[in-house]
Design a protein around this ligand. Structure first.
Ligand code: PMP
Length: 356
């Protein structure tokens, strides 16, 4: 264990994934070549891509209408690729605004059709998830951001609606059990719970396609990617390989429901300290707290710098809050060991005693 890595993303990866990837970087499965040196259309790499895609389906228990793709351009590209493929010029898409990332998605969708922002928690600096909203029945889809990485809020339930549901799950994908089949499209940058930056996972229902009239450039058309087995052009081979190893690791841990239990334990330990330590205060309403990114501040902000320095000495890294929410953000993705949260909590306790 090097340090206690609470980075928000890219973030901590399982040690064994890093170890296996480092070996494959030199000699991939005894081929005498690096994984970076083999053609993406060779049988060994096609096997990597197929295993990654099928592990996503298996771990998320997706039904047969779903196709899984590994694309480039980050979750940010999905902000525009989703409406380009699914929202007609004359159509309406419903979006819930829960922070920076939803806002970026909304901005891009407006380039393609009409956007109805059905709810927003902006007025309260995004400290909660809106609960009351009406979705226009003619909407082509409803888009939500299941976990808000910057503000530390997370949807605790799936909205009930007849319109197709689309989610940016970049920062909580595969961290908890949910009925993923309620969604019509799910996307996530791989660099938090699914591997390394450079690959973006898109799980899409085939039945969603072919409904818009606009011409779609080949590389942006989901249909082309599906027809080409997620190999329309050269995929980000190393990032896909790391994602495959990370998903294998997750399966070995017992899958999504097993990691959820660990994630629940980690979050409970940290939030309990935030709630009981007089120096710290959580920034979002309790019922909407994220189990991936815990955001909190100090009542005496002048002490924050000192606490950060203290943590650094304890090998705790990546806890400085995003500039928009201030204070601290402790990210606890799937690969973060429970022991790291114990060390974090000990540091909070010790610092508090020192200041008492
Ligand atoms: N959505 C969410 C919820 C995120 O947390 C992030 C990145 N932190 C993004 C989208 C953007 O992802 P990318 O950098 O892969 O484009």
């Amino acid at each position: 264990m090097k340090v206690h890595n609470f980075n928000a993303g890219p973030s901590v990866l399982p040690n064994e994934v890093l170890y296996k990837a480092s070996k494959a970087l030199i000699d991939f499965e005894g081929s005498g070549m690096s994984i970076l040196e083999i053609g993406h259309r060779t049988a060994p790499f096609i096997a990597v891509m197929e295993e990654a895609r099928s592990l996503v389906k298996e771990l998320m228990q997706l039904d047969d209408d779903f196709e899984v793709l590994y694309l480039q351009g980050g979750a940010t590209m999905q902000f525009m690729q989703v409406p380009m493929n699914l929202l007609d010029n004359s159509g309406t898409a419903a979006y819930v605004d829960t922070g920076v990332w939803s806002n970026k998605a909304i901005k891009e969708a407006k380039l393609f059709g009409y956007v109805d922002v059905v709810a927003s928690s902006k007025e309260s600096n995004y400290n909660h998830i809106p609960k009351q909203f009406t979705i226009p029945p003619q909407a082509s889809y409803l888009h939500i951001t299941t976990n808000n990485t910057i503000y530390g809020t997370q949807w605790q339930m799936t909205p009930v609606t007849d319109v197709p549901l689309i989610a940016d799950m970049s920062s909580d994908i595969m961290s908890r059990s949910m009925d993923f089949n309620k969604y019509s499209l799910i996307y996530a940058g791989a660099q938090k719970n699914m591997g390394a930056a450079g690959a973006t996972m898109v799980a899409i229902r085939k039945s969603m396609l072919g409904k818009v009239t606009r011409k779609i450039p080949s590389i942006l058309d989901y249909k082309n990617h599906i027809e080409n087995g997620s190999m329309l052009n050269t995929p980000p081979v190393f990032a896909v390989y790391i994602s495959m190893l990370t998903l294998r690791w997750l399966k070995e841990q017992g899958g999504v429901s097993a990691i959820e239990q660990l994630n629940d334990k980690k979050a409970a330990l940290l939030y309990d300290e935030i709630d009981h330590n007089p120096l710290f205060r959580g920034t979002v309403v309790k019922e909407d707290r994220s189990k991936m990114n815990a955001c909190f501040v100090m009542d005496k902000p002048e002490m924050e710098e000192e606490f950060l320095k203290f943590c650094k000495k304890e090998d705790i890294v990546g806890i400085k809050g995003h500039r928009l929410s201030g204070g601290f953000r402790v990210s606890m993705y799937n690969a973060l060991p429970y022991e790291s949260v114990e060390v974090m909590v000990e540091a909070m306790k010790y610092f508090s005693l020192k200041k008492a």
